[in-house]
Write a protein that binds this ligand. Structure first.
Ligand SMILES: *[C@@H]1O[C@H](CO)[C@@H](O)[C@H](O)[C@H]1NC(C)=O
Ligand SMILES: *[C@@H]1O[C@H](CO)[C@@H](O)[C@H](O)[C@H]1NC(C)=O
Length: 226
């Protein structure tokens, strides 16, 4: 009997593992599901509600939001302009979105993660020093590269990554993301700029510094460039 049960269990576990390993948004069950905002507080869906497909039009699949450079006059010298499902309702259920990242000279897109998306980035202008760090189980290895115009780099889903403009001019990159709503967690903002602040005992021990240093960091203004 063991011989009968074991493969069934193994297949069930494999199917479960495959589900867990799925790293993109769920597949659509129709051609498209153009998003509408539903204000009914009692109902939630994983994504957004669909417009009647017969009422969809080209503009539901369009955005001109990435035409113009973002304003990089801010403390970190970079700005991310996203075109996700909130901007293009036709992206709902399709598991993909775009962002443009503008950099002033020395501008930094600081260490952050996208909880729901892998990112593939192409440099259109300038040169960027980019990198990501692997998970604890993989030894927190740092992978970096200097990218020039036309070069492409991948930041795997969930991993902490950054981009620094190392050229003398402005830089521009476009990122494709494997989610209609990738999300972003900027590490410094989340850790030192949370609302309300994390208890300094926690951060002093976690970062192995004095509470004074934690206090200093918690008093800084953590600009959100996304
Ligand atoms: C860019 O942002 C800065 C700081 O907020 C502001 O002073 C400036 O007018 C903005 N520039 C443009 C072109 O909007
Ligand atoms: C839906 O609501 C969000 C948040 O209020 C807003 O940014 C977005 O423009 C709305 N989208 C549509 C298609 O109305």
């Amino acid at each position: 009997m063991k011989g009968v049960h074991f493969p069934v269990t193994a297949i069930a576990l494999l199917a479960f593992a495959t589900l867990l390993a799925s790293a993109s948004d769920p597949s659509p069950l129709q051609d498209f599901c153009v998003a509408i905002n539903n204000t009914d507080p009692a109902v939630f869906v994983n994504g957004k509600f669909c417009k009647n497909p017969k009422l969809a039009s080209a503009n539901d699949f369009f955005s001109d939001k990435l035409r113009n450079p973002g304003n990089t006059s801010n403390p970190i010298g970079s700005i991310v302009t996203a075109a996700n499902v909130d901007d293009i309702p036709g992206l709902n259920t399709l598991g993909i979105s775009f962002a443009r990242v503008d950099f002033a000279p020395n501008g930094l897109n600081p260490p952050h993660t996208h909880p729901r998306a892998t990112e593939i980035l192409i440099v259109l202008e300038g040169s960027l020093y980019v990198g990501f760090v692997t998970s604890n189980g993989d030894g927190n290895r740092l992978f970096t590269k200097v990218l020039y115009k036309g070069d492409v780099f991948v930041f795997p889903v969930g991993l902490i990554h950054f981009q620094l403009n190392v050229g003398k001019t402005n830089a521009l990159a476009i990122a494709g993301l494997s989610s209609q709503n990738p999300g972003v967690i900027t590490i410094a903002n989340a850790v030192f700029g949370s609302n309300p602040p994390i208890n300094p005992d926690v951060l002093a021990k976690a970062f192995q510094v004095d509470e004074k240093e934690v206090d200093y960091l918690q008093k800084q203004f953590w600009y959100n460039n996304h």
